[in-house]
Design a protein around this ligand. Structure first.
Ligand code: GLU
Length: 483
């Protein structure tokens, strides 16, 4: 058995959709599990859909998630070029050979003529097979070509019989050849279609396992016919289930939030995205959910692939990202978090390491950091109604009494560590005969001007230090006295 060779064959048409990333990941795992090769091929034959910068986005994404390719446009390899637009001459050569072998024919119909034949086929509920051009003799063809008539190359699908293959995930797939359309293989602009290029390239690049989205499941019999017409071995096919946004909706680029870049730029960690994406269509067979790329290589198997659509759950991805953030070494988190600290926070006198220690366990997505810490550099102007909190059993009167007492307690503390502050405020609550929250909550609001904060009253006190903490408490007292 030849060494496993898989390929990731994205079209550079925009950002990397998470479904495409998953295909790339599974192809990588399939190769690496077996000590094989993972190849990157850029499928840019649909020139109208190309997007500037999309190839770079592919390299960037693969690099960020650690899917290193063994062969590809940038690293070279023995079966290049690895960009389809640089292989046109190869497709032309193989198209001629396929015509000679009876697997294809030249079609000289104008778009209008083709459309008329298609309409007739639809009317009779027949697939489209271009009877006129199929019947042209080699001489007819030569003459038309010599006279400069534009043409395309179409697949000559058989009129009878069946074509089948066994998909690893979806099982035995068989179609009646009479049902197949004669699709275009080579366009009049000289570019191949996917229908042709994928077969020629997968064969020439010695791909052993073709992994791609289930949307190709039903056209694969046509590709099998091309392999057979050339007398080539058909690779193993592994079609992957669609990823849905909900029970009824497909996850598409139009949803905006479906690309790697969207999540990456929002402060999701590449490893978390990759881990989550790995579970969209594959299950390890136990309860484990957290996998490094290396662990995925060790655990991945075709047996865990599912054919039912998987549902993309952004809430789960967010949760998983938070877990990945918590598992980061503190220094690493601090380095990442600093990039999200607004300038006024980076320049204010608080200890940023201490701030990061508070944030490390309380951050699910890095981009949420700025709004969580917006109170650090400057106390926002807030409504004293914030002191009224049902669950904390506080209102403005209780808050005013607590803040005035807390001011005295905190002012006389000799050490301002959070443990000392906490003990002192707890003792104060007992002394006042109120619940802890009736002291802690008002102090926390006074320090932050917010209902939700990273860390409680004592942690924020330590972060700000005595002078700033007392100053903020004074602002609170003043607001409440006027209320
Ligand atoms: N270029 C195709 C796409 O992006 C690749 C399909 C395949 O992997 O063969 O959908």
């Amino acid at each position: 058995m030849a060494a496993v060779r898989t390929r990731y064959a994205p079209s550079p048409t925009g950002y990397m959709h998470l479904g495409n990333l998953r295909t790339g990941l599974y192809a990588y795992l399939t190769a690496k599990k077996d000590g094989g090769q993972f190849i990157l091929r850029i499928e840019d034959t649909d020139q109208g859909r190309l997007q500037e910068g999309a190839v770079q986005a592919i390299y960037d994404t693969l690099g960020r998630v650690g899917l290193r390719h063994d062969e590809g446009p940038d690293v070279g390899g023995p079966y290049g070029p690895y960009v389809q637009s640089e292989r046109l001459e190869i497709y032309h050569r193989y198209a001629e050979e396929l015509i000679e072998r009876g697997g294809a024919y030249r079609c000289f119909c104008t778009p209008e003529e083709t459309e008329a034949q298609r309409a007739a086929a639809r009317l009779h509920k027949r697939p489209f097979k271009d009877e006129r051009c199929r019947a042209l003799t080699p001489d007819d063809v030569a003459q038309r070509l010599a006279s400069g008539m534009p043409s395309v190359v179409r697949q000559r699908t058989p009129l009878t019989g069946t074509t089948s293959y066994d998909d690893v995930v979806f099982g035995h797939i068989a179609v009646d050849n009479a049902e197949l359309d004669d699709s275009v293989l080579l366009k009049s602009d000289g570019f191949p279609t996917y229908n042709f290029a994928n077969v020629v390239d997968d064969h020439l690049m010695r791909i052993t396992h073709v992994m791609r989205g289930a949307e190709y499941l039903s056209s694969t019999p046509k590709y099998v016919l091309i392999y057979e017409a050339f007398g080539w071995d058909v690779p193993v096919h592994v079609h992957l289930p669609v990823i849905n946004k909900s029970a009824t909706e497909k996850l598409s680029k139009r949803h905006g939030d479906a690309s790697f870049e969207d999540y990456y730029s929002k402060g999701y960690l590449p490893e978390a995205i990759l881990n989550y994406v790995a579970l969209l269509g594959w299950a390890p067979g136990n309860d484990e959910e957290f996998f490094t790329l290396e662990e995925l290589v060790g655990n991945f198997s075709f047996a865990g692939l599912s054919k039912s659509p998987s549902i993309f759950d952004p809430v789960k991805l967010r949760w998983m990202n938070g877990e990945y953030i918590r598992r980061l070494p503190f220094e690493e988190f601090h380095r990442l978090a600093l990039r999200w600290y607004p300038e006024n926070v980076r320049e204010c006198p608080v200890d940023l390491l201490a701030l990061s220690r508070l944030m490390h366990t309380r951050t699910a997505v890095l981009s949420e950091i700025p709004e969580q810490i917006d109170f650090v550099a400057a106390l926002p102007d807030y409504d004293p109604a914030l002191y009224t909190h049902k669950k904390m059993k506080t209102d403005t009167a209780i808050a005013l009494r607590s803040l005035e007492a807390a001011r005295g307690t905190l002012g006389s503390l000799t050490s301002f560590g959070h443990e000392e502050v906490h003990a002192a405020l707890e003792a104060l609550a007992a002394e006042l005969g109120v619940k802890n929250g009736q002291v802690m909550y008002p102090v926390r609001v006074a320090l932050s001007g917010k209902e939700f904060t990273p860390g409680g009253a004592s942690e924020l006190s330590e972060l700000f230090g005595r002078d700033e903490a007392l100053r903020r408490i004074d602002v609170g007292i003043e607001k409440l006295s006027g209320a």
